[in-house]
Design a protein around this ligand. Structure first.
Ligand code: GLC
Length: 580
């Protein structure tokens, strides 16, 4: 299809705010790399990644060109939900190392010019946490029970759960306890696994404990926090029954996103009904409080919300100027590889976050979703968190998935704001589909009796060296989840020095993004391209992403980079190009 020679530009985004000369508000344009410690690198060879493993590989992340790393939880935990079940917020789990290991890792990251963000999990503790153990040992109505959400059951003998809420991981959200005197007793709420009791954030004592946790890590120099389940901490008074709309596509967003993978248009800005456990107004007070705590510290620290909230205009409340600084953009993650849907979500994001002076964020993969190198080739609906496994109706085309993933990343990294990368996507890693059933560890798998595979497929340990045991994840060959036999081809050392590799593409994208100041730029849509194309200009870079199945003409401009081979001046299907 021919392009019109006169392309017009429409500006649709508010310009991102400039940081000052001291690099204040570094997070406005940062590319932040998620380290999932248990699967990143294993220095002691026990099969589970650790903090010394992270330290050892920081130079590779610096070479990749990321501005910051965010580490998923490495705190003391029985690991029932891969560390999102914290038993001590101020200690490193021995499986990951020691507090000294953390400090060494952070010192080295700072030395290499990268900031460090840690994960904080305030919605729930582990059932092993001393606070919960004290609550179990205390009587109904005690101060200790007030720290959590204990309720009497329904029915003559309290034998039925207090309400009909379901756990995000499947099954009831309530578990009954045995009282200290041996009688069947109260029930406690857990929006996730039964080993993750929800805290009562109406309780001032709980708030005070977390102020202490924040200060503990701020005193150690962390650059910020990723706040887990930042939409769940306050529940509606009276804990009323609630039946969610048919299968939701997101982890608690409260609105279904069925069809997100087969051509859905961006979410309309109509507000879906709010579940009584998500997105309650009361959460905002907590974040204002936390904002003030971060302000007590010198330097620029960031609070990032993991909040599955729709619509985006509501999510923007999490990032008002006195609350958090950023929120993950899951609406973007959930978009299909489809030009009009992408244009729509980019517009909505820039407008919503821009309306409160916050940068937009962008993300395509993390430890809770099917890796985008696979997801973008799925031909069936797959709600977030369900995962995929051998029983799927159609196997995704791996080559198509990778081609689209590279193109999608090249589009994402051209956008103004902050981008989040998940470890391994720079290697083009696919989701692991064929994990043996008995290897799966996500509680989703057991809580649904194998009906949902869960999230293990994106969490498989990274391949570093093609010819080493466990592909260089460690030196013993142990691996908490088995790596596919054919992963040598994704190993970092197999990609280094290969200009066509996904690693080379990511490195180039990050370098050019920085060189052209795209993170602080502005999106201007380019008209005159076919409908299947996302065409925009940011600063002096023109970006053209072809989501269709036929080639399109490139138009003018020198090719700065491309996500895949070009066909002369034609841009093939599923390819993104940056022109200067
Ligand atoms: C968040 C985490 C997820 C975890 C859940 C419960 O959504 O990202 O991995 O299972 O919270 O803590």
């Amino acid at each position: 299809m021919l392009l019109t020679s006169q392309k017009t530009m429409t500006s649709l985004s508010a310009p991102a705010q400039e940081p000052d000369a001291q690099g204040r508000e570094w997070w406005r344009s940062a590319v932040i790399y998620q380290v999932y410690p248990r699967s990143f690198a294993d220095a002691n060879g026990d099969g589970l990644g650790d903090l010394p493993g992270v330290t050892a590989h920081l130079p590779e992340l610096q070479r990749l060109g990321v501005d910051a790393i965010w580490l998923s939880p490495f705190f003391t935990s029985p690991q029932r939900d891969a560390g999102y079940d914290v038993a001590d917020y101020c200690q490193v789990d021995p499986a990951f190392g020691t507090l000294d290991d953390f400090e060494r890792m952070q010192w080295r990251a700072h030395e290499l010019g990268m900031r460090v963000i840690v994960d904080i999990v305030p919605n729930h503790t582990s059932s092993d946490h001393a606070w919960f153990q004290a609550a179990l040992a205390s009587a109904p109505g005690s101060v200790e029970r007030e720290h959590y959400l204990f309720r009497d059951g329904q029915g003559d003998e309290g034998q039925l759960p207090p309400n009909n809420w379901e756990s995000v991981f499947g099954g009831s959200a309530w578990t009954r306890v045995t009282e200290p005197d041996g009688t069947p007793g109260q029930w406690y709420l857990h929006l996730f696994d039964s080993s993750q009791p929800d805290l009562n954030w109406q309780d001032e004592w709980v708030r005070e404990q977390f102020r202490g946790v924040l200060r503990f890590w701020l005193d150690r120099g962390v650059d910020g926090f990723r706040v887990d389940v930042a939409h769940g901490m306050i529940k509606a008074p009276g804990l009323p029954d609630y039946t969610p709309p048919a299968e939701g596509g997101s982890m608690g967003g409260g609105a279904p996103s069925d069809g997100a993978l087969d051509g859905m248009q961006p979410a309309a800005e109509a507000e879906p009904p709010t579940a009584p456990y998500w997105a309650q107004e009361g959460v905002h007070d907590i974040y204002r409080d936390w904002h003030r705590i971060l302000d007590e510290y010198e330097g620029d620290r960031v609070l990032v919300a993991e909040a599955w909230v729709e619509p985006m205009s509501k999510l923007a409340k999490w990032v008002r100027s006195d609350e958090m600084n950023q929120a993950f953009n899951f609406a973007y993650l959930e978009m299909p590889w489809q030009a009009s849907a992408l244009r729509g979500v980019i517009d909505t994001s820039l407008a919503a976050f821009g309306s409160v002076g916050a940068p937009s964020t962008w993300v395509l993969s993390n430890h809770d979703v099917v890796r985008h190198a696979t997801r973008l080739a799925l031909t069936f609906d797959n709600p977030q968190g369900h995962g995929i496994g051998p029983n799927m109706p159609v196997r995704p085309d791996a080559e198509l998935g990778l081609r689209r993933a590279r193109a999608a990343t090249a589009l994402m990294l051209s956008l103004p704001g902050s981008s989040y990368l998940f470890q391994g996507e720079e290697l083009g890693l696919p989701e692991v589909i064929d994990l043996p059933d008995d290897a799966r560890q996500d509680p989703t798998w057991t809580r649904t009796n194998g009906e949902r595979y869960g999230r293990d497929g994106c969490r498989v340990p990274l391949p570093w060296r093609a010819a080493s045991p466990a592909f260089g994840f460690n030196s013993t060959g142990e691996s908490w989840l088995p790596q596919p036999a054919d992963w040598a081809r994704y190993a970092r050392d197999a990609q280094e020095g290969d200009p066509a590799s996904t690693l080379a593409l990511y490195t180039r994208l990050l370098a050019e993004r920085k060189a052209h100041g795209l993170g602080l730029g502005e999106v201007r849509w380019l008209d005159g391209y076919p409908e299947q194309v996302v065409a925009l200009r940011n600063g002096d870079v023109t970006v053209i992403a072809n989501t269709g199945s036929t080639s399109v003409e490139l138009g003018d401009g020198e090719v700065l980079l491309a996500s895949g081979p070009l066909d002369g001046r034609l841009l093939p299907a599923d390819t993104t190009v940056w022109l200067a």
